[in-house]
Write a protein that binds this ligand. Structure first.
Ligand code: NAD
Ligand code: DAU
Length: 349
């Protein structure tokens, strides 16, 4: 499908995965023009794209995906061959505190983009979805692309609705679409509201490590770079109208991840053994907390030849190093709007 010499729109490009994807595309697609769009919400950060402004194939556009006028002007100015749609409200806990913006951005924003992609006959639209649309698993089995859609949080319900619109635009209007659904990502530039960076930073700062419920909820972790290569494989080689699960067969109970992070931070910062683990604090569970996710990604692997490359031990240790080295990046975040959210959510638990 998409080859070199093309023009790619990446939405949500200043967020965690979007910025990693833009970096990846700039490295791996020397002939492609990359247009990075982001509204720069609390989660978007231009520092995540630092250095790319030197690249004359790269352009950043500050715009809201719900703003049809701004996006129409952009689609008229550029000739996109591929849209990779990451922009979203992404944090489950925030969707519990305030669901409206999730529906507005994740559903209505996706609709605006689909309409423009259709009108401009974009060669391919890639919707970045999530494993959370499948709901929760018991102790056995994995989600396949045939698993029923059973979202349990306002966040996952809004992502499921967006996926359904993408499907509808393929079936009704013949838009060439692929939907990817990935498991939990970790790696550099992840906003510190999410489990792994939150625990690293709280270890460094000697703050409590808030573990929801009994800590035995299971997530299937993948390095963000493996997610990027998987999305690229789906964009290049995936079949139109298809859904592709992405995962790297790496399930962990939350409490075990937290203990590993505690031990890594202790050894890397010279804190006494056990000092960080002693900060673990079991707190009131997240309402509607999905028990277990696990992805079967054989379809993508068989059809495109994609394989994850990261070893989790190495990837987690590198991620801890990244946050230790990039303290000024996260200090600027935790001193801003994020502090109010943190006090409100964790203050009540
Ligand atoms: P993130 O919150 O770090 O980044 C989201 C980005 O979207 C931010 O830069 C934000 O400014 C931007 N954005 C939000 N509203 C916007 C709007 N109205 N217009 C334009 N830009 C807007 O999220 P992330 O973790 O990087 O997730 C990116 C995508 O990947 C999301 O669609 C998410 O559902 C999906 N996903 C995430 C994971 C994960 O583990 N983080 C796993 C699977 C899928
Ligand atoms: O599975 C993919 C999804 O992963 C993405 O679609 C979402 O955008 C992304 O935010 C992520 O959702 P989760 O809810 O799984 O991620 P989070 O980092 O918020 O939480 C991971 C697990 O850790 C979950 O079981 C809840 C638990 N947790 C989280 C936080 C923030 C805690 O125990 N304590 C915490 O303070």
């Amino acid at each position: 499908m998409a080859g070199t010499g093309e023009s790619i729109l990446v939405t949500g490009a200043a967020g965690f995965i979007g910025s990693n994807h833009v970096q990846y595309l700039c490295e791996s697609r020397p002939d492609a023009r990359i247009v990075a769009l982001d509204a720069l919400t609390y989660a978007g950060n231009m520092e995540n794209l630092a250095g790319l402004e030197e690249n004359n194939r790269f352009r950043f556009v500050k715009a809201d995906i719900r703003n049809a006028d701004a996006l129409t002007a952009l689609f008229e100015e550029e000739s996109f061959s591929l849209v990779v749609h990451f922009a979203a409200e992404s944090h489950v806990d925030r969707s519990i505190m305030g669901p409206e913006v999730f529906v507005d951005v994740n559903v209505r924003g996706t609709l605006v983009l689909l309409e423009l992609a259709r009108k401009h006959k974009i060669a391919r639209f890639c919707q970045i979805g999530t494993d959370e649309v499948y709901g929760s698993l018991g102790p056995e089995g994995r989600f396949t692309e045939q698993s029923p859609i059973q979202p349990n949080s306002p966040y996952s319900a809004s992502k499921a609705a967006a996926d359904h619109l993408v499907r509808a635009y393929h079936h009704t209007f013949g838009l060439d679409t692929v939907i990817t659904r990935c498991s939990n990502n970790y790696g550099p530039y992840q906003f510190p509201e999410k489990l792994i960076p939150l625990m690293i930073l709280n270890c460094v700062e000697g703050k409590p490590l808030p573990v929801y419920g009994d800590g035995k909820n299971v997530r299937d972790w993948i390095h963000v770079r493996d997610h990027c290569t998987a999305v690229d494989a789906a964009c290049r080689k995936g079949r139109a109208g298809e859904v592709y699960n992405i995962g790297s067969d790496n399930e962990w109970a939350n409490i075990d991840i937290v203990k590993r992070i505690a031990s890594l931070v202790e050894s890397k910062t010279g804190k006494p053994r056990g000092a960080c683990e002693a900060l673990i604090s079991y707190v009131t569970d997240r309402p509607g907390h999905d028990r277990r996710y696990a992805m079967d990604s054989l379809k993508l692997r068989h059809e495109t030849g994609w394989m994850p490359a990261y070893d989790f031990d190495r990837g987690l240790a590198d991620t801890v190093d990244w946050y230790l080295v990039n303290e000024s990046w996260w200090r600027r975040i935790i001193s801003g709007e994020y502090r109010d959210y943190y006090d409100k959510w964790y203050g009540d638990r």
